[in-house]
Write a protein that binds this ligand. Structure first.
Ligand code: PAF
Length: 279
């Protein structure tokens, strides 16, 4: 497994592979890898000859009061896991390589970032689309895999690729859950034992909503109220949003009559957890 720290090293590596007619799959990450990332890598591995991941905690996608400084990191373990998952190259740049002095460009979508998480994290998606655009130009993959847990991010990347004519196929990876249902996330590491128990309110309330829809409930407000009451019974929880929307445009829906995205964000203590399901 090659570890490449500069843009020219990474681009040279990809160009060499392309000359050898090898296809490249890319999984961008912020490190602190868990089974969710590994499943994206396994998916990538099955689709291409070469598998590249990046590990870069992107400062541009963190707001001033967010967890950039405390974001968990364990590069040594990440490299072990990556190697085991069959990664052939890791792009591991530092902040100055990605954002050199006098960096000026911002890539920002007009509409999709205005919904869901974008309402609460105003700089998040422009930070993501700016860094992903750079990473696409540096890694030059044929395919890139993004997890469905960050559903809005996935939709935004699909739109970005379409709008900017990247010749890259975007593939979605399933949400990977702990045995008890908690969606895997690097941020789960922040949870205390009691908060870890409270964090189950997300997957359980989504399950409850699915059951209600299966039993014929079509009114998002009725389901939302039940979910709010249920989540309120878990200690240290604070709902940021529960949203029923169109899975493509992310616009709110008033009646559940076709495929609907139910997306949820709950703070457990200080930790912001996200989850979703398609109804
Ligand atoms: O999903 C993430 O981990 C990040 O948002 C990404 C796509 C690696 C960009 O920094």
């Amino acid at each position: 497994m090659d570890i490449l720290k500069t843009i020219s090293q990474m681009q040279k590596w990809s160009k060499t592979k392309k000359k050898e007619s090898k296809t490249i799959c890319f999984v961008p990450t912020m490190g602190y890898l868990h089974q969710g990332h590994i499943s994206l890598m396994e998916k990538g591995k099955s689709l291409c000859d070469e598998l590249v991941i990046s590990i870069f905690v992107n400062p541009a996608q963190f707001g001033p009061n967010e967890d950039l400084d405390t974001y968990p990191s364990n590069i040594e373990n990440d490299l072990l896991l990556a190697k085991k998952a069959g990664v052939t190259a890791v792009f591991l740049p530092n902040k100055d390589i990605i954002y050199p002095e006098n960096f000026q460009t911002e890539i920002k979508l007009q509409e999709l970032p205005q919904f869901l998480c974008g309402k609460f994290r105003p700089v998040f998606f422009s930070g993501v689309t700016t860094v992903v655009t750079k990473l696409f130009n540096i890694v030059m993959p044929d395919i890139a895999v993004f997890g469905q847990k960050d559903y809005q991010q996935l939709q935004i990347i699909r739109q970005l690729v379409m709008d900017l004519n990247f010749d890259i196929k975007i593939v979605a990876g399933d949400i990977i859950r702990e045995q008890d249902g908690l969606a895997m996330s690097s941020r789960n590491a922040y949870l205390s034992i009691s908060q870890r128990a409270s964090a189950l309110c997300l997957s359980k309330s989504l399950h409850m909503a699915r059951d209600m829809v299966d039993q014929g409930e079509k009114n998002p407000e009725v389901i939302k109220l039940k979910m709010e009451t249920f989540i309120g019974t878990f200690a240290e929880t604070n709902i940021e949003y529960i949203n029923f929307c169109d899975p493509e445009t992310l616009e709110d829906i008033n009646v559940i009559e076709s495929e609907t995205l139910l997306a949820i964000v709950v703070r457990v203590g200080e930790t912001r957890l996200i989850d979703n399901t398609l109804l």
